[in-house]
Ligand binder design. Structure first.
Ligand SMILES: Nc1nc2c(c(=O)[nH]1)N[C@H]1C(S)=C(S)[C@@H](COP(=O)(O)O)O[C@H]1N2
Ligand SMILES: [Mo]
Length: 340
């Protein structure tokens, strides 16, 4: 094993692997939480950490894996499962990124990638708890840092090769947005996917006339929204790896609500219990939409009224909106992703 990564000693390989795993999980999660402006950088960094992890596999196999199996450690099969799961996670990421295999919803490449990623995190925590003495930051002397830099540099190289080949060969991955998402059903709402975190929460849509929407304490009818709505072209970019552009019929929240000085945010609630906070100064960039492409919203797309938030990822696009109220919490004080 003469390659450069091989020259990191086994404890160093272990430490660098752990740091890269933390970086991979961090960049992946942050790329979900930040808007369009920064998203691409985190998505690219995520790809680079994935390839860097891959490059350390030979060194890991050569070092502690072999030792672990020779010593017949009882946990060796869990460790092997951990490695295989991590490799599968990277492979799924590559399939999605190149577009060799991708799709929408459960068991699509990216959804499975995320699921495996969470399992890897759980196993990493277990690994850190059961073998805590191995990792010491002191293991990273200057030479080790340099070699780590070489590994990450080579990871960047592989990432560039992947992206270049994907474009040169005309694979679907070459047409992704910077967020890494594939286009589906733009300007064709019937083909736009439906994403709801917990399917049993899908609300019974009672019809436009009887829908209860309260904005700043006052009832707002869907008909009055429809009368004021104008076309807003905006891209819904789901964290599940697809995007869709539509011409929405929409009204900016700034026209419906003037939060009091004391409000630090505005809370938008769904009939499902799902809620998001928005900064008061952003209300002219957050809209209530009642239709798209000249038609009313489909029930699964949030009928009769949903949020559209150009520049923010899918989880901010609250469907089946029932109330919009000033809130005393700042908008950063909320879970990064809603779960209900
Ligand atoms: N109430 C509610 N709103 C929601 C969701 C949800 O599960 N419940 N999912 C969000 C996510 S993750 C996305 S990507 C978009 C999907 O919108 P669509 O189903 O119209 O494609 O809605 C968002 N709004
Ligand atoms: Mo999503």
């Amino acid at each position: 094993m003469g390659g450069l990564p091989g020259r990191l000693r086994p404890p160093q390989v272990n430490l660098v692997l752990k740091l890269l795993l933390v970086a991979a999980v961090g960049t992946g999660l942050i790329s979900w939480a930040v808007g369009d402006l920064w998203n691409g950088w985190f998505a690219r960094a995520h790809g680079v950490t994935g390839f860097s992890l891959l490059l350390l596999v030979p060194a890991k196999l050569h070092g502690s894996v072999r030792a672990g199996f020779r010593r017949r450690r009882r946990t060796r099969w869990i460790s092997a499962g951990f490695g295989i799961l991590a490799l599968a996670t990277v492979a799924l990421g590559v399939l999605h990124a190149t577009g060799l295999w991708y799709g929408v919803g459960y068991w699509s490449a990216l959804w499975t990638h995320s699921l495996f990623g969470f399992a890897v995190v759980a196993l990493l925590v277990w690994h850190l708890v059961t073998r805590p003495v191995r990792a010491r930051v002191a293991d990273l002397d200057r030479r080790a840092l340099l070699r780590t830099g070489v590994v990450v540099g080579a990871g960047l190289g592989l990432y560039v090769v992947q992206e270049t080949l994907t474009r040169a060969t005309g694979l679907a991955g070459g047409r992704r947005r910077a967020t890494g998402s594939h286009e589906v059903g733009s300007h064709d709402p019937q083909r736009m996917p439906e994403v709801i975190w917990l399917d049993d929460q899908r609300p019974a849509v009672t019809g436009e006339a009887t829908w209860s929407l309260v904005v700043g304490g006052a009832t707002v009818t869907i008909a009055s929204l429809r009368a004021r709505a104008r076309p807003v072209v905006a891209t819904l970019d789901c964290t599940g790896g697809w995007w869709s552009e539509q011409a929405w019929d929409a009204v900016p929240l700034s026209e419906l609500l003037l939060p009091p000085e004391s409000a630090r945010s505005v809370r938008v609630r769904s009939a499902t219990g799902y809620a998001r906070l928005f900064a008061p100064e952003d209300l002219d960039r957050v809209y209530l939409a009642v239709g798209y492409g000249g038609a009313a919203l489909r029930p699964g797309h949030g009928a009769p009224v949903r949020l559209i938030v150009p520049g923010r990822r899918g989880p901010w696009w609250v469907k089946w909106v029932t109330s919009i109220e000033p809130d005393e919490n700042p908008s950063w004080l909320q879970p990064p992703l809603p779960l209900t």
